[in-house]
Design a protein around this ligand. Sequence first.
Ligand code: CMP
Length: 139
Amino acid sequence: AVSRTFSIIKPDATRRNLTGAVTKMLEEAGLRVVASKRLLLTEEQAGGFYEVHKERPFYGELVEFMTSGPVVVQVLEGEDAVKRNRDVMGATNPADADEGTIRKAFAESIEANTVHGSDSDENAATEIAFFFNDDEIVG
Ligand code: CMP
């Protein structure tokens, strides 16, 4: 069924002017950008968004990285959007990412891994609501 997921193009990608290249791969994977904005996250926003990782050793660095430059937050729509997006993103660690995936093509490291994508429909709904009002999403 057609569904939605949430995506972030991370600071390592915006810094290298890859917003279009990443979005093109998302579109070619059958996803449609139905909302998009470029933001410089505050520490509070990045920390809140990644709250589930608060106890992980990489949390502090992750928040620092995610506030180090602009991000582009997007809502993506398509057939099985969460899975479709995760398939085209590739593994979290680019060393494990398959050929043809965004992280294989562009990620610099396990932290600077170019994109975030929701891991479930439930988290997609929460993450979309974290950044977008309903009237900012135009399907
Ligand atoms: P993301 O899918 O956005 O979810 C959590 C993020 O934490 C992940 O992508 C990476 O950017 C980062 N991350 C995950 N594991 C590690 C790790 N072992 N070391 C550093 N950063 C990590």
